[in-house]
Write a protein that binds this ligand. Sequence first.
Ligand code: DX5
Ligand code: ZN
Length: 218
Amino acid sequence: MKNIKTSASILSADMINLENVIKQLEECNIDMLHFDVMDGVFVKNITFGIPILKAIRKKTNLFLDVHLMIIDPIKYIKQFAEAGADLITFHLESNSDPIETLKCIHSYGIQSGIVIKPNTPYEEVLPYLPYSDVVLVMTVEPGFGGQSFMENMMEKVNALSSYIEKNNLKTKIEVDGGINDKTSSIAVSAGAEILVAGSYLFNHKDKSAAVEALKSIS
Ligand code: DX5
Ligand code: ZN
């Protein structure tokens, strides 16, 4: 039985009350905090960056899962690592060399991961799995929270899961986009181990119950 982890995407959180939001997350058994960085170039949206991550790091010991949706991630790895990231994931479709970027992330003693967008075939990421702690399969088009889960991405999750097992790799599969109490089961059955949830979690008053629902596989 896999150890399912949940990562709360604060993209949908009340930004002005971030300190309280983080306190609530700490109390509800969440495993990670998912931090979506968008540059308005790689995706059609702009969010937050290094100063906010640094401020969050000062307030919590939660594992910080940083998802870079930026055009040239390698340029900013040092700053995100020094700001307190525990895991940095970046897109295969970005302009940075994947191996160089993965090595650069590891040089700061933190975990690394590579992300693929819905239109990218899973085969393209296979050469990088031995260097990645995490492979993140987007289950929506990156850019915005609150979109619907793309169930057809589960073919990729299944294929990656078999490949990882067959090759005795340690890479964990993360899914991001449209995760709720129903789609979480679908993703876990396909082989996902880290579930990112944004709007589902923040639309729920009882966050502990929401986290439990994400982890309980029907
Ligand atoms: C989308 C982001 C996601 C997003 C998930 O580009 O990478 O992390 O916040 O939000 P929900 O869970 O609402 O789909
Ligand atoms: Zn994300």
